[in-house]
Ligand binder design. Structure first.
Ligand code: ATP
Length: 511
């Protein structure tokens, strides 16, 4: 079993709040379910993730499956678009989740996230819990044993079944996760996940608009604009990083399922005959990317979808896979960080049809002398889930340290790259330390901290996940050297003060 199964999510959430990684949105008013704010350290961490993604996806050099240079350009589209975009994409009609309301507690759940524990006998009382919620399950087991007046579960009779598989009759005997009486859960109903708003001064059905539930459609809607205004030619990609909104029925697991989140998406346009090779290329490249930023171990996996899991547009395609991370709350299972899908030409065709542009929207390939709708390979990643994975992966207990814990971020991702300290706050040391700090901060996020004992300062940096602490001591004044303390090993080495900027550059990469 991986170490992540033993990490406590409560402790990680507490550290995030205490050290300013992530706060509940509008906490002073009791918060708002499904919304999260990033504090100073969290903002820097998420920015490092997004910057690395942008640099590696758009600016980075890469050779495609045929050895060709991979071209990707960026766009930055609006969150509110013409609502017809969402009719064309299928979101108005089909972006639904099955939802269940509890008439007693007024809580609302995703029907496909609920399971029912109870005997299989007709009329048996069923205890409904959110799948994967250990505390709820424990409570339900106790309640069931008490109700049936027995000491232990009988595997031949007591089973856990998906809530969606219960009959209407069985639902009348089911008690909701936050309820006391049976029969309070409604029948599952389809619920559209898009947030609605009105554009303009009056609230009228004619001016309804939606907050985008994904960034991808802005890219598809601008496909012709990009082709006409730049020199990119198929195969090429368009990338975008930005906010997306989904009115999730049951936001949960910290930032994993939020109602406002950020995506990092690329739509890569190819000739239909090249779908297989580009799909495999992107899938492997994206997996390697997550490994390169510190999710290198067994907590990361690539999972190819079964045919029956595929979206309607991908059925005949080259495939779909998820890059998944084993979060403490999914362990021993995994949760999706990024999906890589062959979307065929579905979206471009839909927009060509709905916008009335039809044949005009077809791409003309001058090299092949052929007109066609390019196929699309879409790697779609979540910046918040990525940040959460970095936090969970980094969280490392170490009782031998004063902090009891340290955050083992990959140096490229670490929010603070170096802490610069004078050993004591006198004898010219603060001035030398501050000068070095000012030189370093031109390129990197660094902290200067002249106060408290050196042990306390190391402990603060350990919790922030700062990979290097540089201390100016007596020898620095006479020999122009400093000590560098490595976060993970706590080992120290001496290097020349002049070499510090280059030494840090080398270790934290471009970020
Ligand atoms: P899930 O099945 O977990 O709801 P999805 O398959 O609907 O996710 P996509 O539509 O493929 O997700 O979105 C691409 C990426 O956007 C996901 O891999 C994830 O990282 C991120 N994402 C999607 N929904 C959320 C959310 N509610 N909160 C945070 N990130 C999300």
């Amino acid at each position: 079993m991986s170490a992540n199964a033993t990490k406590s999510m409560d402790e990680i959430v507490a550290l995030c709040r205490r050290r300013g990684f992530i706060f509940q949105s509008s906490e002073i008013y009791g918060g708002i379910n499904g919304f999260w704010d990033y504090g100073p350290l969290g903002t820097q961490l998420k920015r490092n993730l997004k910057d690395a993604w942008w640099r590696d996806t758009v600016q980075g050099e890469a050779k495609g499956p045929g050895g060709e240079e991979v071209q990707v350009v960026g766009v930055d589209c609006t969150i509110i678009m013409n609502p017809r975009v969402w009719e064309a994409s299928g979101h108005v009609g089909g972006f639904n989740d099955p939802m269940v309301d509890c008439k007693e507690s007024k809580a609302r759940y995703r029907a496909d996230h609920l399971v029912a524990l109870g005997a299989i006998d007709p009329g048996a009382r069923l205890f409904v819990v959110i799948e994967g919620d250990e505390q709820q399950l424990e409570k339900a087991v106790k309640a069931l044993l008490k109700y049936e007046r027995c000491d232990a579960l009988d595997p031949a009779r007591h089973v856990v079944r998906p809530f969606t598989k219960l009959s209407a009759e069985e639902r009348t005997h089911a008690i909701g996760p936050d309820a006391k009486a049976p029969g309070s859960l409604t029948e599952p109903r389809q619920f559209n996940l898009m947030f609605k708003t009105n554009v303009g001064a009056v609230e009228d059905p004619s001016n309804i608009a939606y907050l985008r539930p994904e960034t991808a459609q802005g890219i598809f809607a601008n496909f012709e604009n990009v082709v006409n205004s730049t020199r990119v030619r198929v195969p090429f990609g368009i990338a975008q990083v930005g906010k997306a909104f989904r009115n999730e029925v049951t936001p949960r697991n910290f930032t994993f399922r939020s109602r406002e989140f950020e995506q990092m998406e690329t739509e890569f346009f190819i000739h239909p005959s090249q779908a297989n090779e580009w799909y495999a290329w992107w899938r492997d490249r994206r997996f390697a990317w997550w490994q390169s930023i510190g999710l290198a171990g067994e907590n990361l996996q690539l999972r190819e979808h079964d045919r029956d899991e595929l979206a309607h547009y991908a059925k005949e395609g080259a495939g779909t896979s998820d890059i998944e991370y084993r979060f403490p709350f999914t362990a021993p299972g995994f949760g999706e960080l990024e999906g890589v899908a062959h979307r065929s030409d579905y979206d471009l065709r839909q927009h060509a049809e709905h916008s009335g542009r039809r044949e005009k929207a077809r791409y003309f390939d001058t090299e092949r002398n052929e007109r066609y709708f390019p196929h699309v390979i879409e790697p779609s990643a979540g910046a918040d889930r990525g940040t959460l994975a970095l936090l969970c992966e980094a969280y490392t207990k170490d009782e031998s340290r004063p902090s009891g814990v340290y955050m083992k971020f990959h140096p490229r991702m670490a929010p603070v790259k170096a802490g610069v300290f004078p050993l004591v706050n006198k004898d010219g040391m603060p001035e030398v330390a501050e000068k070095l700090y000012r030189a370093l901060r031109k390129k990197h996020a660094c902290e200067f901290d002249p106060k408290q004992t050196i042990g306390k300062r190391y402990a603060r940096m350990d919790e922030a996940g700062t990979p290097y602490c540089i201390t100016i001591d007596g020898d620095s004044m006479t020999q122009q050297t400093v000590t560098v303390r490595h976060r993970d090993t706590q080992q120290q080495e001496r290097i020349a003060i002049d070499s510090v900027p280059g030494w840090i550059d080398e270790r934290v990469g471009g970020a």
